[in-house]
Design a protein around this ligand. Sequence first.
Ligand code: SAH
Ligand code: SF4
Ligand code: F3S
Length: 467
Amino acid sequence: MTERVDVHLDALTGLNAGMNARESVSCGSASGDNTFYLETFGCQMNAHDSEKVAGVLLGRGYRQVETIDAARLVLYNTCSIREKAAQKIYSRLGAYQKYPGDEKIIGVLGCLAQQEGEDIFERSPWVRLVCGSASYSKLPDLIEELERGNRRVMGLDKDTDATFETEITRRDNPFRAYLTIIEGCDKACSYCVVPFTRGPERSRSSASVLEETRRLADAGYSEIQLLGQTVNSYRDSSPRRMSFAELLVEVAAVPGIRRVRFTTSHPRDFGRDIVEAIDAVPGLCDHIHLPVQSGSTRVLRSMLRTYTREEYLEKIAMIREARRPISVTSDIIVGFPGETDEDVEETLSLLDVAQYDGVYAFQYSPRPNTSAQHMPDAIPEEEKGRRLARVLDRQREIQIVRNEALVGETFEVLVDGASRRAGQWAGHSSSNRILNFTSPQPGLLGQYVQVRVTRSAPNSLVGEHVV
Ligand code: SAH
Ligand code: SF4
Ligand code: F3S
């Protein structure tokens, strides 16, 4: 998931990032310097949390700046899904030793903050704010404490029922709006920090989701991406008790909304009603991200994923039976403790059967507070690397063939990127394929256009605007 966000934001380089921000006038900073810098790591949920944090700060009179040097308040919204992600953040924090005294206020937000807690103060004494995502509703108060001169403040409470809804969310992407419908995770995959770092599962009411969708449509958004670590485990907390599939249909019916995406779906809670909704409602995007993690039932059991290879493949078969072709993508972990060569073969053969349009594959990384952390039969790092390469190679072959078959097809694309070269554009299809295309027309950003595929690459398509 990490990579997916980066790719998307890259495509937007140069666009007005603060389009939806409401400027505010008064500033609460004691020093009079009201600048903040915010850097985000991790998944789309983190990216969206950062949009809310920025909204809160803008509402309090802060001004966002693009460089650390220009900022008084420096915030990192962090990820701890794998060891490397955590190391990257500690190395960023290490850079602050060079700043004397209180020149800057450094804050750590997000999953690493929740995971490490007070230890962050020990390891990086210049950090003054540590706050996990389950406590963001308290963030404005915490920042106020810092402004009043408190040396260190922490928000690590996970018992909160409150979702972090703000009056102002400063959205980065002017075309696709993220909207969290369910926070936290109640699954207990043995490798994963998320249930610990984001707390228990809690869903927003359907009324609140629909209300925000209407506001987004009024603000000019036509594409909504509903977010949740297990988005399809959604349980309406209001008396309407809408199912996830019903909510999808209602969100797509909001006037002005043209596309609705959702991520990430958990295979266990993935029912036929979701496929039927996609079949029935053209506004529901024909793309499902359905992470499998492994093709071996034995490994899946050890990962506590709660489904077998066969049960997973039944879900894929159900998706393939849809009247509309639906693009499917997945996540895979290689090198889980005890994974054998046969298990790897099973993952490779699952790739052949599932025929994904994209896969994010990762080397297993043991994480604190997870049940797999001390499992025996660890796989050596070099071997994990070899297994990762095998998975990526096999998937690349599959994507070459799948994408070649799309040459000559026409896709509707939401244009969300412009190249520096004149006449070159980029956009996403409903199936979430990236299309780079040429057009004689100017000013296409934010428009829906028809693009015919002329060439294919493993990870993207090249085409031309059908005028
Ligand atoms: N909620 C999503 C995934 C969230 S994390 C789901 O259930 O599918 C995104 C991906 O990171 C996971 O799908 C998994 O493939 C990977 N991941 C999570 N923990 C990991 C770990 N300890 N080591 C390596 N990859 C991991
Ligand atoms: Fe992690 Fe599993 Fe929850 Fe996904 S479903 S966030 S992998 S515990
Ligand atoms: Fe997301 Fe990373 Fe946290 S993937 S939920 S930011 S651990």
